[in-house]
Write a protein that binds this ligand. Structure first.
Ligand SMILES: *Cc1c(COP(=O)(O)O)cnc(C)c1O
Length: 369
Protein backbone atom coordinates (compact mmCIF):
# COMPACT_ATOMS: atom_id res chain seq x y z
CA UNK A 1 0.00 0.00 0.00
CA UNK A 2 1.45 3.36 -1.08
CA UNK A 3 0.39 6.32 1.11
CA UNK A 4 -1.21 9.31 -0.67
CA UNK A 5 1.15 11.60 1.22
CA UNK A 6 3.94 10.72 3.64
CA UNK A 7 5.50 13.09 6.15
CA UNK A 8 7.67 10.70 8.14
CA UNK A 9 10.28 9.95 5.46
CA UNK A 10 10.85 13.64 4.90
CA UNK A 11 11.17 14.33 8.63
CA UNK A 12 13.73 11.54 8.99
CA UNK A 13 15.75 12.97 6.08
CA UNK A 14 16.15 16.33 7.91
CA UNK A 15 15.68 15.24 11.54
CA UNK A 16 18.84 16.74 13.05
CA UNK A 17 18.12 20.18 11.54
CA UNK A 18 14.44 20.12 12.57
CA UNK A 19 15.14 18.89 16.08
CA UNK A 20 17.78 21.61 16.55
CA UNK A 21 15.37 24.29 15.28
CA UNK A 22 12.64 23.14 17.67
CA UNK A 23 15.07 23.05 20.60
CA UNK A 24 16.25 26.57 19.73
CA UNK A 25 12.68 27.89 19.96
CA UNK A 26 11.97 26.07 23.22
CA UNK A 27 15.18 27.48 24.74
CA UNK A 28 14.36 30.99 23.51
CA UNK A 29 11.00 31.19 25.28
CA UNK A 30 9.66 33.23 22.36
CA UNK A 31 6.77 31.22 20.94
CA UNK A 32 4.89 33.67 18.72
CA UNK A 33 6.42 35.84 15.96
CA UNK A 34 9.88 36.98 17.17
CA UNK A 35 13.29 36.45 15.55
CA UNK A 36 12.60 33.06 13.94
CA UNK A 37 9.49 34.29 12.18
CA UNK A 38 11.17 37.56 11.15
CA UNK A 39 14.10 35.59 9.71
CA UNK A 40 11.73 33.26 7.87
CA UNK A 41 9.88 36.26 6.43
CA UNK A 42 13.14 37.67 5.02
CA UNK A 43 14.22 34.30 3.64
CA UNK A 44 10.85 33.55 2.04
CA UNK A 45 10.58 37.05 0.53
CA UNK A 46 14.07 36.57 -0.96
CA UNK A 47 13.06 33.16 -2.30
CA UNK A 48 10.04 34.73 -4.05
CA UNK A 49 12.07 37.70 -5.27
CA UNK A 50 9.83 40.23 -3.47
CA UNK A 51 10.60 42.92 -0.93
CA UNK A 52 8.26 42.12 1.98
CA UNK A 53 6.57 39.18 3.68
CA UNK A 54 4.20 38.95 6.66
CA UNK A 55 3.85 35.48 8.21
CA UNK A 56 0.46 34.28 9.45
CA UNK A 57 -1.33 31.34 10.99
CA UNK A 58 -2.76 29.94 7.71
CA UNK A 59 -3.12 30.42 3.99
CA UNK A 60 -6.76 31.30 4.58
CA UNK A 61 -5.64 34.17 6.83
CA UNK A 62 -3.20 35.24 4.10
CA UNK A 63 -6.02 35.59 1.55
CA UNK A 64 -8.27 37.28 4.12
CA UNK A 65 -5.67 39.86 5.18
CA UNK A 66 -4.39 40.45 1.63
CA UNK A 67 -7.94 41.39 0.60
CA UNK A 68 -8.27 43.72 3.62
CA UNK A 69 -4.83 45.24 2.99
CA UNK A 70 -5.91 45.91 -0.61
CA UNK A 71 -8.98 47.68 0.78
CA UNK A 72 -11.48 45.19 -0.67
CA UNK A 73 -14.77 45.33 1.22
CA UNK A 74 -18.56 45.52 1.11
CA UNK A 75 -19.96 46.46 -2.30
CA UNK A 76 -16.84 45.27 -4.13
CA UNK A 77 -16.70 42.38 -6.57
CA UNK A 78 -13.68 40.09 -6.80
CA UNK A 79 -13.15 37.95 -9.89
CA UNK A 80 -11.86 34.44 -9.23
CA UNK A 81 -12.29 30.84 -10.40
CA UNK A 82 -14.78 28.22 -9.18
CA UNK A 83 -12.31 25.35 -9.69
CA UNK A 84 -10.24 25.82 -6.52
CA UNK A 85 -10.21 25.05 -2.83
CA UNK A 86 -13.12 26.80 -1.09
CA UNK A 87 -10.84 29.19 0.85
CA UNK A 88 -10.26 31.29 -2.28
CA UNK A 89 -13.95 32.25 -2.37
CA UNK A 90 -14.68 32.10 1.36
CA UNK A 91 -12.16 34.83 2.15
CA UNK A 92 -13.77 37.16 -0.41
CA UNK A 93 -17.02 36.69 1.52
CA UNK A 94 -15.18 37.24 4.89
CA UNK A 95 -14.36 40.83 3.85
CA UNK A 96 -17.95 41.50 2.77
CA UNK A 97 -17.23 41.45 -0.97
CA UNK A 98 -18.89 39.30 -3.66
CA UNK A 99 -17.05 36.53 -5.51
CA UNK A 100 -17.61 36.71 -9.27
CA UNK A 101 -16.55 33.48 -10.91
CA UNK A 102 -15.06 33.01 -14.37
CA UNK A 103 -14.34 29.68 -16.05
CA UNK A 104 -10.94 28.03 -16.31
CA UNK A 105 -8.89 27.10 -19.36
CA UNK A 106 -9.37 23.48 -20.41
CA UNK A 107 -5.65 22.71 -20.67
CA UNK A 108 -4.17 24.49 -17.65
CA UNK A 109 -7.31 24.39 -15.47
CA UNK A 110 -6.35 27.91 -14.30
CA UNK A 111 -8.22 31.20 -14.87
CA UNK A 112 -9.23 31.79 -18.50
CA UNK A 113 -7.91 35.33 -19.14
CA UNK A 114 -10.45 35.89 -21.93
CA UNK A 115 -13.32 35.33 -19.49
CA UNK A 116 -12.01 37.98 -17.10
CA UNK A 117 -12.68 41.04 -19.24
CA UNK A 118 -16.30 39.99 -19.76
CA UNK A 119 -16.84 39.70 -15.98
CA UNK A 120 -15.69 43.23 -15.11
CA UNK A 121 -18.33 45.67 -13.82
CA UNK A 122 -18.05 49.12 -12.22
CA UNK A 123 -17.91 47.31 -8.84
CA UNK A 124 -14.95 45.07 -9.68
CA UNK A 125 -12.06 45.75 -7.31
CA UNK A 126 -9.66 42.82 -7.59
CA UNK A 127 -8.77 39.61 -9.44
CA UNK A 128 -7.64 36.47 -7.60
CA UNK A 129 -6.08 33.91 -9.98
CA UNK A 130 -5.18 30.52 -8.49
CA UNK A 131 -1.96 28.72 -9.43
CA UNK A 132 -3.75 25.37 -9.34
CA UNK A 133 -1.85 22.12 -8.67
CA UNK A 134 1.45 24.06 -8.75
CA UNK A 135 1.08 25.61 -12.23
CA UNK A 136 0.99 29.41 -12.60
CA UNK A 137 -2.11 30.99 -14.10
CA UNK A 138 -1.53 32.85 -17.38
CA UNK A 139 -0.61 36.12 -15.65
CA UNK A 140 0.35 38.48 -18.53
CA UNK A 141 -3.15 38.82 -20.02
CA UNK A 142 -4.70 38.85 -16.53
CA UNK A 143 -2.39 41.69 -15.49
CA UNK A 144 -3.10 43.55 -18.72
CA UNK A 145 -6.86 43.51 -18.02
CA UNK A 146 -6.22 44.53 -14.40
CA UNK A 147 -4.03 47.45 -15.48
CA UNK A 148 -6.58 48.61 -18.04
CA UNK A 149 -9.32 48.74 -15.37
CA UNK A 150 -7.24 49.75 -12.34
CA UNK A 151 -7.79 46.43 -10.51
CA UNK A 152 -5.66 44.79 -7.83
CA UNK A 153 -4.23 41.33 -8.54
CA UNK A 154 -3.86 38.94 -5.59
CA UNK A 155 -2.22 35.61 -6.40
CA UNK A 156 -3.54 32.52 -4.62
CA UNK A 157 -0.18 30.74 -4.63
CA UNK A 158 -1.11 28.28 -1.86
CA UNK A 159 -0.19 25.32 -4.10
CA UNK A 160 2.70 26.79 -6.06
CA UNK A 161 5.76 27.66 -3.93
CA UNK A 162 8.65 28.19 -6.32
CA UNK A 163 6.70 27.87 -9.60
CA UNK A 164 7.75 30.30 -12.32
CA UNK A 165 5.87 32.25 -14.99
CA UNK A 166 8.07 33.45 -17.87
CA UNK A 167 11.06 33.04 -15.55
CA UNK A 168 9.55 34.98 -12.62
CA UNK A 169 8.66 33.21 -9.37
CA UNK A 170 5.03 33.23 -8.29
CA UNK A 171 4.62 35.69 -5.44
CA UNK A 172 6.07 38.46 -7.59
CA UNK A 173 3.43 38.35 -10.34
CA UNK A 174 0.65 40.40 -8.73
CA UNK A 175 0.22 43.21 -6.21
CA UNK A 176 0.07 40.74 -3.33
CA UNK A 177 0.43 36.96 -3.14
CA UNK A 178 -0.74 34.42 -0.60
CA UNK A 179 0.87 31.11 0.32
CA UNK A 180 -0.22 28.30 2.62
CA UNK A 181 2.11 26.13 4.69
CA UNK A 182 -0.54 23.52 5.46
CA UNK A 183 1.42 20.26 5.95
CA UNK A 184 0.50 18.78 2.54
CA UNK A 185 1.63 21.84 0.58
CA UNK A 186 4.98 21.85 -1.28
CA UNK A 187 6.44 23.83 1.63
CA UNK A 188 4.56 22.50 4.65
CA UNK A 189 4.79 23.40 8.33
CA UNK A 190 4.32 20.91 11.17
CA UNK A 191 1.01 22.63 11.87
CA UNK A 192 -0.81 25.57 10.30
CA UNK A 193 0.88 28.49 8.56
CA UNK A 194 0.60 31.03 5.76
CA UNK A 195 2.21 34.21 4.44
CA UNK A 196 1.47 37.32 2.38
CA UNK A 197 4.26 38.61 0.13
CA UNK A 198 4.29 41.95 -1.67
CA UNK A 199 6.55 44.68 -3.01
CA UNK A 200 4.23 47.30 -1.49
CA UNK A 201 5.57 48.33 1.91
CA UNK A 202 2.26 49.91 2.97
CA UNK A 203 0.37 46.69 2.24
CA UNK A 204 2.95 44.66 4.17
CA UNK A 205 2.64 46.98 7.18
CA UNK A 206 -1.14 46.75 7.00
CA UNK A 207 -1.00 42.92 7.08
CA UNK A 208 1.36 43.09 10.09
CA UNK A 209 -1.11 45.32 11.94
CA UNK A 210 -4.10 43.17 10.93
CA UNK A 211 -2.47 39.94 12.19
CA UNK A 212 -1.65 41.34 15.65
CA UNK A 213 -4.65 43.26 16.96
CA UNK A 214 -3.79 46.42 15.07
CA UNK A 215 -0.96 47.10 17.50
CA UNK A 216 2.10 49.00 16.34
CA UNK A 217 2.61 49.51 20.08
CA UNK A 218 1.26 47.32 22.85
CA UNK A 219 -2.36 48.13 23.81
CA UNK A 220 -2.59 50.80 21.14
CA UNK A 221 -5.14 49.39 18.70
CA UNK A 222 -5.04 51.60 15.64
CA UNK A 223 -7.36 49.46 13.46
CA UNK A 224 -9.96 46.74 13.98
CA UNK A 225 -7.87 43.58 13.66
CA UNK A 226 -7.26 39.90 14.44
CA UNK A 227 -4.97 37.33 16.03
CA UNK A 228 -3.48 35.63 12.97
CA UNK A 229 0.20 35.48 13.98
CA UNK A 230 2.61 32.74 12.96
CA UNK A 231 4.05 30.62 15.78
CA UNK A 232 7.82 30.69 16.28
CA UNK A 233 8.02 26.88 16.07
CA UNK A 234 6.50 26.95 12.59
CA UNK A 235 8.81 29.78 11.53
CA UNK A 236 11.89 27.87 12.71
CA UNK A 237 10.70 24.64 11.03
CA UNK A 238 9.86 26.45 7.79
CA UNK A 239 13.34 28.04 7.72
CA UNK A 240 14.86 24.55 7.70
CA UNK A 241 12.42 23.23 5.12
CA UNK A 242 12.78 26.24 2.79
CA UNK A 243 16.47 25.35 2.41
CA UNK A 244 15.41 21.93 1.06
CA UNK A 245 12.55 23.15 -1.14
CA UNK A 246 14.61 23.37 -4.38
CA UNK A 247 15.67 19.70 -4.14
CA UNK A 248 12.10 18.64 -3.24
CA UNK A 249 10.68 20.62 -6.18
CA UNK A 250 13.22 18.96 -8.49
CA UNK A 251 12.11 15.56 -7.15
CA UNK A 252 8.43 16.38 -7.81
CA UNK A 253 9.28 17.41 -11.37
CA UNK A 254 11.33 14.23 -11.86
CA UNK A 255 8.42 12.09 -10.63
CA UNK A 256 5.97 13.98 -12.87
CA UNK A 257 8.23 13.35 -15.87
CA UNK A 258 8.43 9.66 -14.95
CA UNK A 259 4.62 9.43 -14.60
CA UNK A 260 4.37 11.16 -17.99
CA UNK A 261 6.68 8.62 -19.65
CA UNK A 262 5.05 5.62 -17.98
CA UNK A 263 1.49 6.80 -18.72
CA UNK A 264 2.03 8.00 -22.29
CA UNK A 265 -0.90 6.80 -24.40
CA UNK A 266 -2.69 5.23 -21.42
CA UNK A 267 -6.08 6.70 -22.33
CA UNK A 268 -6.34 9.26 -19.53
CA UNK A 269 -5.58 12.94 -20.10
CA UNK A 270 -2.29 13.77 -18.40
CA UNK A 271 -1.47 17.16 -16.80
CA UNK A 272 -0.44 19.80 -19.33
CA UNK A 273 2.64 21.86 -18.49
CA UNK A 274 2.03 25.19 -20.21
CA UNK A 275 4.97 26.55 -22.21
CA UNK A 276 4.87 29.87 -20.30
CA UNK A 277 6.02 28.46 -16.99
CA UNK A 278 7.48 25.91 -14.64
CA UNK A 279 5.02 23.63 -12.86
CA UNK A 280 5.95 22.49 -9.31
CA UNK A 281 3.46 19.58 -9.22
CA UNK A 282 1.73 20.09 -5.91
CA UNK A 283 -0.64 17.54 -7.41
CA UNK A 284 -0.30 15.18 -10.36
CA UNK A 285 -3.86 15.08 -11.62
CA UNK A 286 -5.29 12.94 -14.42
CA UNK A 287 -8.62 13.27 -16.18
CA UNK A 288 -10.62 10.08 -16.69
CA UNK A 289 -14.13 9.24 -17.82
CA UNK A 290 -15.49 6.72 -15.31
CA UNK A 291 -13.70 8.14 -12.28
CA UNK A 292 -15.47 6.17 -9.54
CA UNK A 293 -14.66 2.81 -11.14
CA UNK A 294 -11.09 3.96 -11.85
CA UNK A 295 -10.56 4.95 -8.21
CA UNK A 296 -12.02 1.68 -6.95
CA UNK A 297 -9.76 -0.36 -9.21
CA UNK A 298 -6.72 1.58 -8.02
CA UNK A 299 -7.77 1.20 -4.38
CA UNK A 300 -7.85 -2.58 -4.89
CA UNK A 301 -4.26 -2.34 -6.22
CA UNK A 302 -3.15 -0.49 -3.07
CA UNK A 303 -2.94 2.90 -4.78
CA UNK A 304 -4.85 5.71 -3.07
CA UNK A 305 -6.18 8.66 -5.07
CA UNK A 306 -7.78 11.97 -4.09
CA UNK A 307 -10.13 14.50 -5.69
CA UNK A 308 -9.16 18.15 -6.17
CA UNK A 309 -11.99 19.19 -6.34
CA UNK A 310 -15.17 17.18 -6.94
CA UNK A 311 -17.65 20.07 -6.65
CA UNK A 312 -16.78 23.51 -8.04
CA UNK A 313 -17.31 26.32 -5.55
CA UNK A 314 -20.22 27.94 -7.47
CA UNK A 315 -22.24 24.71 -7.01
CA UNK A 316 -21.48 24.31 -3.29
CA UNK A 317 -24.57 24.77 -1.09
CA UNK A 318 -22.85 27.53 0.89
CA UNK A 319 -22.54 29.65 -2.27
CA UNK A 320 -26.01 28.95 -3.66
CA UNK A 321 -27.01 32.49 -2.73
CA UNK A 322 -24.73 33.78 -5.50
CA UNK A 323 -27.23 32.32 -7.97
CA UNK A 324 -25.02 30.30 -10.34
CA UNK A 325 -26.86 27.41 -12.02
CA UNK A 326 -25.23 24.14 -13.14
CA UNK A 327 -23.81 24.75 -16.61
CA UNK A 328 -22.52 28.24 -15.72
CA UNK A 329 -18.88 27.15 -16.05
CA UNK A 330 -18.75 24.05 -18.28
CA UNK A 331 -14.96 23.64 -18.25
CA UNK A 332 -14.73 23.79 -14.45
CA UNK A 333 -17.75 21.50 -14.04
CA UNK A 334 -16.32 18.91 -16.40
CA UNK A 335 -12.93 19.09 -14.67
CA UNK A 336 -14.68 18.55 -11.32
CA UNK A 337 -16.20 15.32 -12.71
CA UNK A 338 -13.03 14.00 -14.38
CA UNK A 339 -9.99 14.98 -12.30
CA UNK A 340 -8.27 12.48 -10.00
CA UNK A 341 -4.90 12.96 -8.31
CA UNK A 342 -2.20 10.30 -7.94
CA UNK A 343 0.29 10.08 -5.05
CA UNK A 344 2.86 12.90 -5.48
CA UNK A 345 5.55 13.79 -2.95
CA UNK A 346 9.34 14.04 -3.22
CA UNK A 347 10.06 10.84 -1.29
CA UNK A 348 8.17 8.53 -3.69
CA UNK A 349 10.59 5.88 -4.93
CA UNK A 350 10.89 4.94 -8.58
CA UNK A 351 9.44 1.51 -7.73
CA UNK A 352 6.40 3.18 -6.21
CA UNK A 353 5.98 5.46 -9.23
CA UNK A 354 6.18 2.46 -11.60
CA UNK A 355 3.69 0.53 -9.45
CA UNK A 356 1.24 3.45 -9.53
CA UNK A 357 1.65 3.85 -13.30
CA UNK A 358 1.18 0.14 -14.01
CA UNK A 359 -1.89 0.11 -11.76
CA UNK A 360 -3.31 3.14 -13.59
CA UNK A 361 -2.88 1.38 -16.93
CA UNK A 362 -4.59 -1.77 -15.61
CA UNK A 363 -7.41 0.26 -14.04
CA UNK A 364 -8.03 2.18 -17.27
CA UNK A 365 -8.06 -1.04 -19.30
CA UNK A 366 -10.55 -2.61 -16.84
CA UNK A 367 -12.77 0.48 -16.81
CA UNK A 368 -12.95 0.76 -20.61
CA UNK A 369 -13.94 -2.92 -21.16
C1 LIG B 1 -4.57 25.19 0.91
C2 LIG B 1 -5.21 26.27 0.12
C3 LIG B 1 -5.70 27.44 0.72
C4 LIG B 1 -5.84 27.63 2.20
O1 LIG B 1 -4.69 27.45 2.95
P1 LIG B 1 -4.78 26.98 4.50
O2 LIG B 1 -3.37 27.13 4.97
O3 LIG B 1 -5.26 25.57 4.50
O4 LIG B 1 -5.72 27.89 5.19
C5 LIG B 1 -6.17 28.45 -0.11
N1 LIG B 1 -6.19 28.31 -1.44
C6 LIG B 1 -5.76 27.19 -2.06
C7 LIG B 1 -5.80 27.11 -3.55
C8 LIG B 1 -5.28 26.12 -1.29
O5 LIG B 1 -4.86 25.01 -1.91
Amino acid sequence: MIPFVDFRDQYHSIKPEIDAAIARVLESGQFILGEEVAAFEREFADYCGVAHAAALNSGTSALHLALLAADVGPGDEVITVPFTFVATAATIVYVGATPVFVDVDDRSLTMDPEAVAAAITPRTKAIVPVHLYGQPADMDPIRAVAAEHGLIVIEDAAQAHGARYRGVRVGGLGDLACFSFYPTKNLGAYGEGGIVVTNDVACAERVRLLRDWGQARKYEHTIHAFNMRMEALQGAILRVKLRHLPEWTAARRRIAAEYGRALDGCGARLPVEMDYGTHVYHQYTLRVGDRAAFQESLRDAGVPTALHYPVPVHLQPAYGYLGYAPGSFPVAERAARETVSLPMYPELTNEQVQHVAASVRRALAAVST
